[in-house]
Design a protein around this ligand. Structure first.
Ligand SMILES: *Cc1c(COP(=O)(O)O)cnc(C)c1O
Ligand SMILES: [Zn+2]
Length: 420
């Protein structure tokens, strides 16, 4: 089924050895992670700005740079989410030019994970899997469950038992097998490696990880196209395993390599929550040794990976591009969620609060100069993590259906700028 001459093989990130395009993810010689490799000379004439612009508004408009052989069969409507100019948030953060890449409205499950799952399940079908599975901190489970349902695949998703209700129900509703594990994500992930070996399922972030991970590049490709085919000076990305950050870096390099954008200077910065910040902590220390966090403790459950698979590579991406890492408290996460909502009308989940809060710190510290352009990657919707902010943004005022009571209420409260 070797229909795609652009996607040539899998390649070890450590030793560079080549592998066939199968459901494998680790080099047999040094246990390095395998990554999709392409023939960029073949891609250059096939993927021009004009050709891309003529295609439907989805992440598949860059399909020559994605690791499947035939046409995509899962998630064909995913991606091409808005890149929103955010002048009011820019003013609040003290920076000249700011954009929000808004994956809170991604299709079908309102997070950036729909990108990785579209690729992983399209490839899973090509490789003949009938059951797909994942270890997840929530959003991945939602996306695997939904996309498997619409593709007619069986799904089994494994999550830490203490996730937010919105994430749990957002997997159950699609009829997937949902298994809550008493333990942290690392333990869920370890169990999944054992299950993958024994049952022969397609685990999107284990044996299908090389395909899954490439889906994240499309967030980067879209930013470049939507900015008018240019690279933003600064991009801020929240990190769980660190994969998304490394793939945005790869996306920028690939578009420059095939001549779709001019290769201008850019920095990629990483953001984590203090209750689980192994990558940011190592980066801040100037080390590339990521020290595991055995018991993550933060409201930001979607980013709570104590042993991040791509932490080492994320640090190298930040370092190579002159980026920095930041971290923030749970209180700062809540303030970040509210600030984004109140200035730009975008309701992000806790991970988005991390991105906003860390952006504020990077700008204040001067790591991001006030006169330069910034893109924030906002990766998931706030309705899925309501318990994190319930009680932190006020309560409705209650009255009877009476104009007199309404008049009295308005007269009694502090004048609000947008009501006067
Ligand atoms: C999974 C996830 C991320 C980042 O994931 P990586 O493992 O670093 O690629 C960011 N935001 C949200 C909301 C996520 O669910
Ligand atoms: Zn190797």
């Amino acid at each position: 089924m070797d229909k795609n001459p652009c996607f040539t093989h899998l390649k070890c990130r450590e030793c560079g050895r080549s592998y066939e395009k199968l459901a494998i993810h680790i080099c047999e010689f040094d246990f390095g992670p395998l990554e999709a490799a392409y023939d960029y000379d073949a891609i250059r004439p096939l993927l021009t700005r004009e050709i891309i612009a003529s295609r439907p508004d989805s992440m598949w408009r860059y399909r020559e740079l994605l690791p499947i052989d035939g046409e995509p069969t899962v998630g064909r409507q995913t991606g091409f989410t808005p890149l929103v100019k955010a002048p009011r948030l820019a003013r609040a953060l003290g920076v000249r030019e700011l954009y929000v890449k808004n994956d809170t409205v991604n299709y079908p499950t309102l997070s950036f994970k729909d990108r990785v799952v579209s690729v992983a399940l399209s490839r899973a079908r090509e490789l003949g899997f009938e059951t797909v599975a994942c270890a997840s901190t929530g959003n991945l489970a939602n996306s695997v469950a939904a996309n498997a349902a619409s593709a007619g695949l069986k799904a089994c998703v494994l999550i830490p038992a203490d996730l937010e209700r919105g994430k749990v129900i957002g997997s159950l509703v699609y009829g997937a097998q949902v298994i809550g594990i008493h333990g942290a994500y690392d333990q869920v992930n370890r169990l999944c490696s054992e299950i993958a070996g024994k049952y022969g399922w397609g685990f999107v972030n284990v044996n299908l990880r090389p395909y899954y991970a490439e889906g994240s590049k499309t967030m980067g490709f879209e930013i470049l196209e939507q900015l008018g085919w240019r690279i933003p000076r600064h991009t801020i990305v929240c990190m769980a395993s660190g994969s998304l950050l490394t793939k945005i870096h790869k996306a920028y390099k690939e578009f420059a390599a095939i001549g779709l954008v001019e290769e201008t200077a850019f920095s990629i910065h990483g953001a984590q929550a203090l209750g689980c910040s192994p990558i940011s902590a190592a980066m801040k220390k100037g080390s590339d040794i990521v020290k595991p966090v055995p018991k993550p403790d933060t409201i930001v459950k979607s980013l709570a990976i104590g042993t991040p698979a791509d932490g080492y590579y994320a640090i190298h991406s930040m370092r190579e591009t002159g980026g920095a890492a930041e971290d923030c408290t749970d209180e700062e996460v809540i303030a970040g969620i509210r600030l984004l909502a109140e200035t730009e009308g975008i309701f992000a989940e806790t991970a988005g609060g991390v991105t906003v809060a860390c952006a504020q710190k990077l700008i204040r510290s001067g790591a991001i100069p006030a006169g330069e352009s910034v893109v924030l990657c906002i990766t998931g919707h706030g309705l899925k993590t309501q318990e994190a902010i319930a009680g932190h943004c006020g309560e409705p005022r209650l009255i009877n259906p009476s104009l007199r009571e309404f008049d009295a209420l308005l007269a009694s409260q502090e004048p609000q700028p947008h009501l006067s």
